[in-house]
Design a binder for this molecule. Sequence first.
Ligand SMILES: Nc1nc2c(ncn2[C@@H]2O[C@@H]3COP(=O)(O)O[C@H]4[C@@H](O)[C@H](n5cnc6c(=O)[nH]c(N)nc65)O[C@@H]4COP(=O)(O)O[C@H]3[C@H]2O)c(=O)[nH]1
Length: 716
Amino acid sequence: MHAARFLTQSYQPGLVLLSIAVAILAGYAALDLVNRVHAAQRRYAWIWIAAGAVTLGSGIWSMHFIGMLALILPIHMSYAVWPTALSWLMAVAASAVALRLACRTQLDRGPWFAGSAFMALGIVSMHYTGMYAMEITPGIVYDPVWVALSVLVALVGSAAALGLSFALRGLSRRFLRVRKCIAAVFMGIAIAGMHYSGMAAAEFPAATHALTTVGVEKSWLALLISSLSVVLLSATLLAAALDRRLETQTAELVASLQEANEQLRHSSYHDALTNLANRKLLGERISHEIQRASRRGSGFALFYLDLDGFKQLNDHLGHQAGDEALERVANAMRETVRDNDTIARMGGDEFVVLTAEVEAAADIDMLANRLLTAIREAGETAPGLSASIGWARFPDHGQTAQALVTAADRAMYWAKTHGKNSYVGYRAEMACQARDEFHLRRELGKALETEAITVYYQPKYRTSDGTLSGAEALVRWHHPQLGLITPDRFIPLAERSGQIDQLERVILDNVCRQIRDWRASGLTAPRISVNLSAARVSDPQLPDMVQRHLDRHGIEPQALLLEITESVSIKGMQETIGTLERFARMGIDVALDDFGTGHSSLSYLEQLPIQQLKIDRSFIRDLGPAMPQQAAIVSSIVTLAHNLGLDVVAEGVETEEQLHYVVELGCDEMQGYLFSRAVPADRFERLLGGMRYGERGLNRSPDAAPAMPARAPEFG
Ligand SMILES: Nc1nc2c(ncn2[C@@H]2O[C@@H]3COP(=O)(O)O[C@H]4[C@@H](O)[C@H](n5cnc6c(=O)[nH]c(N)nc65)O[C@@H]4COP(=O)(O)O[C@H]3[C@H]2O)c(=O)[nH]1
């Protein structure tokens, strides 16, 4: 009976599948667009909404239209233009609402339900308006149950689509595409489900016939519409993909910019070579630690470290070896302290360790000891590398970052000047020493620019006939307030402050000019010995510097003799040998000073290209009948040196008895207060002229040691 009242409906399976495919594509586009809208900047979001609404609406609409075209009825069918267009508009409006909702950062229940209801209304209206566009008579009869069901499907589908779009947004990029495809299939089925349940609600009375017979063949129309919608949807997806790519590129750019910023920030707080904290970061960390300790009423310790022997290592083995040593030391320190302690490089070979909790004296000692051991071990490939460590404790030794660092620095300096390779805690008396040194450094800087640095000369005599054999140039500093300052006080200071290069240039210039002046006034200047600082001996520039001074004053190299100390020659053996060989080629003799004060001195003697050996005055001091073994030592040194073809000079001869011994033991030359102290150049002039020791009673001059009887040694 039913069959007789209504037309039999069937569907073209190909078009049904096509409609579902378009629905799925539209679903995918919807999810993709939601992401775009959300990701886009605010001012571009509305463009995505507008373009997306047209695309999405057209997709949904074409799905419906293709679905309707899939319907096979035994009558000719055509569609009225305006209702069809209206149905398209409704689809676009529903899509716009959906996308607008998707812009929200979160979807609360209220807007979700309201949005879903509006979307469902849009889709349902689109569908039924589309049905209304069919130009048939009498009208379609709807089954209310199916209509309700179709509305329910539209509602559930819209709610699910909106919910899905939000759910997918928070997910990671992994498997996002697959998940989106699954969601799109689900949405496509929901859109198609709404349509086909809506179609199921429609019954066409048996008397139904077309209002017009004019119209386009519907299969072609379906193909055209589906192609257009596929093209539109694909174009939108492509645009979305391009936009996403652009966004990814931008994001990558932003990320690399952030990384560069991070690196910049890191490098502004870290030392490039060792990657340790720099002064700036250390300052911040100390201030932070001070605040923390003040709150808790606790304390903490700060260690200032300066490497011993680093400058020599750097000079002898080169900067690269120096850098490697610094890196090894930095790593060794890292392994010694706790992770939450801070190690900073203050520049050069100076470091600071800020401990977070070390406070008790025993713990401080233990850590200082561990640091010393670690640094010595790290310096295994660089013999002689150790550290001088000073420590200061908050709050006792300083209450600001600056005060603490200064206190620890002073303690370090104390350790350095009292033996090195050791540690010491800050004491108030250290402040004076540091202040003095700081002051003195500045004064020395000024003195180097003026005439305040002068050279004194101490004569040397031949033991064979008492004639003047030469003189040792000994530097003096005439300080306006402090008076005459001896080199023991300011040479180590100049070595530490880096002023030694300039100081030695001044001394060499002084000596060379003096020799030239003596000669110019008709005097025969003896060979003058010039001391070379320990810090400079291995400097490859040194021979050139000496040559420049000789050239400037027109002096031949034989007029000079250079003195190096034994400890220096042993430390940087290869480099020292290189420098000495260059001096030998230039025609300048070299003397090894303070001989006997080093450790393995004898074994090295053979290798050094030197011409003279100066026995340290500590050996000469004890010469006498009370200590016969001392004479035996000096005797073997003299024999050894002579076997090596070296001249021997006895330093520090103060008494007649010592004089007697040095002559007896076979020393070639002698020098000491018995003959004369170091005297200014004008006083030394009196000795020039070839006279022998004692002939003019030189030791009666105020420069000679007091109470020293004037007596010529018994030569020969
Ligand atoms: N007790 C005693 N001392 C005597 C006697 N005869 C000489 N002296 C002192 O012993 C030092 C000898 O110089 P040195 O061993 O090279 O030791 C020198 C040398 O290492 C360094 N020095 C001095 N002048 C220069 C210089 O121009 N350049 C460099 N690099 N170092 C210098 O300073 C050190 C000390 O120099 P000075 O104070 O001038 O002290 C000089 C000299 O005045 C003596 O009979 N008894």
